[in-house]
Design a protein around this ligand. Structure first.
Ligand SMILES: [Mn+2]
Length: 440
């Protein structure tokens, strides 16, 4: 009895945006929205598109928010905190709940262990339920040492030459899976910092062999309805070599593990000008694209707001994703996640912008006339091929996204609603000016 009462009192204090508040806000912009939506829907219908189907796909598209992106990030030089940051797991879920209430597209959270180990599983699940969010992939952490940890990860973890360090890292991953199981997650994401900063530091073949063997042991410990997502990255924190440096290495390791092991593409984890859309196509063709980390970058793993630097590249990537979802039934259902860091902007505003950019790229990709493109390709009409892609890209699809949010009960303009409701001000008065989010 005591337990139930405690839970109730905890839930009573949850920061939430009511449906009525959003409905009220939507009233003022509704006439304008309706006019632009009807105009666009009319044009698209004339072009042969099924507008209702597109809007439905957009409202079904859910993106996981990473628990580590709700506070201010930092650079290797400094971290400037953002006021009202969530300082515990409950508050992180509240933040995702706020994003979801406004956008109706942030329906899940991706946790990082050990930063987000729940103290009370029942209470956390109740809170997630109340906020209408689920738990997406759980992330392990073997790139930093934790207090009282026996072996160090300074020189590596799953691929380290020390057997004891490898065993500790494997055990940690299995532990993360157990935590995720209790929350209803269905995937484990492994990103390794393992590598070398100087030539001669590591034996490449030994490192790869150790990593492969460790991943196989983790894979063998996965529940049968779970996926293993293997992330790759060319450099950083190591600057000479990284063991899982590219999609090919990840793909090879996934193959060595088994069918439910897949590759995770993080947009920032490529050398400049890499053709990411082609990587997406290759992996989907082979049925091995398991997940996606959205962000944007100018130079490296900059973790900037999605769509802020290269929106056309994002559109081309979505073209391959849409094609793959329609033509590659051998590929598993994808885990969609944001992996960004916010140093200047309000993290929640930044995430609203990212969610919108993802929806925008997806909507534009859905508008590509695939039949016409195939026909133009057959005739090698290169000019027309480009025109067909750009016809879709140049369409202002925002009314479609607004409609998807509106019919699902979200705000027509989430960012404006966030500001009108003064959400950050409420968060600051609730949590204070110097709260700090755990994580990077
Ligand atoms: Mn990532």
């Amino acid at each position: 009895m005591v337990k139930l009462w405690e839970l109730f009192s905890k839930l009573k204090n949850v920061m939430q945006i009511d449906k009525e508040q959003i409905e009220d806000l939507n009233k003022s912009g509704l006439a304008n929205h309706k006019a632009s939506f009807d105009f666009l829907a009319n044009q698209l219908t004339k072009q042969g598109h099924e507008v209702d189907g597109i809007v439905k796909k957009l409202s079904q598209f859910q993106i996981a928010v990473p628990s580590w992106a709700l506070g201010a990030g930092g650079t290797r030089f400094a971290r400037f905190s953002y006021q009202g940051e969530p300082s515990n797991l409950n508050q992180k879920l509240e933040d995702v709940g706020l994003l979801h209430a406004l956008t109706q597209t942030a329906g899940s959270v991706s946790l990082h262990i050990p930063w987000d180990v729940p103290e009370d599983y029942l209470a956390i699940k109740e809170l997630a339920n109340l906020l209408n969010i689920t738990f997406d992939a759980v992330n392990s952490n073997t790139f930093q040492d934790q207090p009282n940890q026996k072996e160090t990860y300074k020189y590596g973890s799953l691929g380290d030459r020390s057997k004891a360090a490898r065993e500790q890292a494997i055990a940690h991953n299995i532990e993360v899976v157990k935590i995720g199981e209790q929350l209803g997650s269905k995937a484990l994401t492994v990103w390794l910092a393992d590598g070398a900063s100087f030539p001669g530091q590591n034996n490449f073949q030994e490192s790869l062999k150790n990593t492969e063997n460790s991943l196989k042991q983790i894979y063998d410990g996965l529940p049968l309805d779970w996926k293993l997502l293997i992330e790759y990255k060319p450099y950083e924190p190591n600057f000479y070599s990284t063991i899982i440096q590219d999609w090919g290495t990840s793909f090879m390791l996934a193959n060595a593990c088994g069918e439910r092991a897949t590759t995770l593409v993080d947009l920032g984890h490529h050398l400049p000008n890499t053709n990411i859309e082609q990587i997406v196509a290759t992996l989907m063709y082979k049925g091995r694209l398991g997940g996606f980390h959205f962000n944007d970058s100018k130079y490296g793993d900059d973790d900037l707001t999605v769509g802020s630097i290269k929106p056309y590249a994002l559109f081309l990537i979505f073209n391959e994703l849409v094609y793959g979802m329609q033509n590659n039934p051998q590929n598993p259902e994808l885990s969609w996640m944001i992996d960004a860091s916010h140093n200047l902007k309000d993290p929640l505003e930044d995430l609203i912008q990212s969610l919108e950019a993802i929806q925008e790229a997806y909507a534009k990709a859905l508008l590509i006339d695939q039949d016409a493109l195939k026909e133009a390709q057959k005739r090698s009409d290169v000019t027309l091929c480009q025109e067909i892609l750009q016809q879709a890209y140049r369409t202002d699809v925002r009314p479609l996204i607004q409609q998807a949010s509106f019919i699902a009960g979200g705000a027509i303009n989430p960012l404006e609603a966030y500001r009108t409701l003064e959400v950050r001000k409420s968060l600051i008065s609730e949590r204070g000016t110097d709260s700090k989010a755990s994580g990077l």
